[in-house]
Design a protein around this ligand. Structure first.
Ligand SMILES: [Zn+2]
Length: 86
């Protein structure tokens, strides 16, 4: 096996699994909710664009940080319970 010491400078990168509002979809520029890390780089994608190619991205990805749960509006539950009496 050949061991290359001159690979991408990923070694001292801190692994963060949190996407922030500063992370933007590489396709459309909206807030990214999924980060897909490949052997040679990474993509940030909104839920919409990740959904579009999810299977292919997962096949190629090393890591997938999926935070689409944040897209679920918490108000939905409130709406369902709105009719129930406390
Ligand atoms: Zn997008």
């Amino acid at each position: 096996m050949t061991t290359s010491t001159a690979t991408l400078p990923q070694a001292d990168r801190v692994e963060t699994s949190l996407l922030t509002v500063a992370d933007r979809c590489d396709s459309c520029g909206s807030q990214a909710y999924v980060r897909v890390e490949f052997p040679v780089g990474e993509l940030s994608l909104c839920g919409h664009h990740f959904n579009k190619s999810e299977q292919r991205l997962r096949d190629l990805a090393v890591t997938v940080v999926d935070e689409r749960y944040k897209l679920e509006p918490p108000s939905r539950k409130l709406d369902e319970n709105a009719s129930s009496v406390f």
